[in-house]
Design a binder for this molecule. Structure first.
Ligand code: 3HC
Length: 297
């Protein structure tokens, strides 16, 4: 079972990156959004990122300027922007990267179950919801998988491949091979809260926020401690701004509701108040830090 034609639903922070790495891996990709403006914004991000990667390849002597230009055109040419779910009908794989809301995801998969050919594999890029619940809603739980990419998708080398008890073995193997074609190293995980990375990462971010809320240390010192003491590329508070405070809060709210007795899952007060104030991190210009574009100000 070879995945050649891919649909990606949602062209936002994660979706545009998945569109890009799938196209870089040689797949034909339908990039689907509900609104033209969001679609244009996602495709513009792909084009900007491709230009950046192309110029880096030239700088490093891996490509000539002509080869880099041809590569960009070729990769971009594999991407078909669309506002019509009907364009997903013949895809081998459809990856969902829409808003992190379980009901909205379930309703999407239920609709796609009626649109896509019976062989189409469905995947969710959810950060924290149970893959099995979406699989049930899709009407094809043996052809359903979690494919969890990391932000920024173009640079992070991991994809988590999450299988449920019902996932067909061939589907699992095809999804892993797709992850490899996207240039990622796949790791396998069962359908557990947060899979591997977020189960470890989110409680760590929570501890850093609570440390700041208690005034144990400044945000700069907490971040410097983890960067210089543990070799992390970003400290935990910078990373929370990078991931998005709204995303982090919504992951935690889902977990606290489902697993009220798990002490690792708790919601820091400042996270709630900042989200209420619209301080969502890098994307809104302020979270735990102030941002100007991609850089802290
Ligand atoms: N496409 C192409 N190039 C990109 C890019 C993109 N999307 N994003 C950044 N780059 C380029 C930059 O332009 C820069 O190029 P330059 O060297 O020519 O200026 C280069 O990559 C390096 O970027 P930066 O200068 O910004 O700095 P860093 O060296 O710190 O690298 C980073 C950036 C790779 C993001 C690094 O800081 C990092 O690894 N941070 C941790 C990220 C992380 O932990 N992500 C996981 C989050 S958790 C998650 O996603 C799960 C979810 O479910 C919550």
């Amino acid at each position: 079972m070879k995945i050649q034609n891919v649909g990606v639903v949602g062209c936002g922070l994660m979706g545009h990156g998945i569109v890009q790495v799938a196209a870089q891996g040689g797949c034909n990709v339908v990039a689907l959004e509900t609104q033209q403006e969001a679609l244009d914004k996602g495709i513009a991000r792909v084009e900007k990122s491709l230009a950046k990667l192309a110029s880096k390849n030239v700088e490093k002597g891996k490509m000539t300027a002509d080869q880099a230009a041809a590569w960009q055109t070729e990769v971009r040419g594999r991407i078909t922007p669309s506002l019509d779910k009907g364009d997903l009908a013949n895809c081998d794989l459809v990856v969902e990267a829409i808003v992190e809301n379980l009901d909205v995801k379930k309703s999407l998969f239920s609709e796609l179950g009626g649109i896509c050919k019976p062989e189409t594999i469905f995947a969710s890029n959810t950060s924290s919801f149970p893959v099995g619940e979406m699989a049930d809603a899709s009407g094809r739980k043996d052809r359903f998988i979690g494919l969890h990419f990391f932000n920024p998708v173009q640079l992070m080398r991991l994809v988590e491949v999450v299988r449920t008890d019902d996932t067909n073995e061939d589907v699992f193997a095809a999804a892993r091979a797709f992850g490899e074609a996207c240039g990622k190293t796949p790791v396998s995980c069962k359908d557990t809260p947060g899979f591997v990375v977020n189960r470890l990462l989110v409680p760590y971010m929570v501890q850093a926020i609570q440390m700041l809320d208690r005034d144990d240390a400044s945000k700069e010192d907490i971040d410097a401690a983890m960067q210089l003491g543990c070799g992390h590329p970003m400290g935990p508070l910078t990373l929370t701004d990078y991931v998005g405070l709204d995303t982090t809060l919504s992951i935690l709210e889902g977990w606290v509701e489902r697993y009220p007795n798990e002490p690792a899952f708790s919601i820091p007060a400042s996270l709630v108040s900042k989200v209420k104030e619209g301080k969502l991190g890098r994307k809104t210009g302020e979270g735990y830090y102030k941002w100007e574009g991609d850089k802290k100000s």
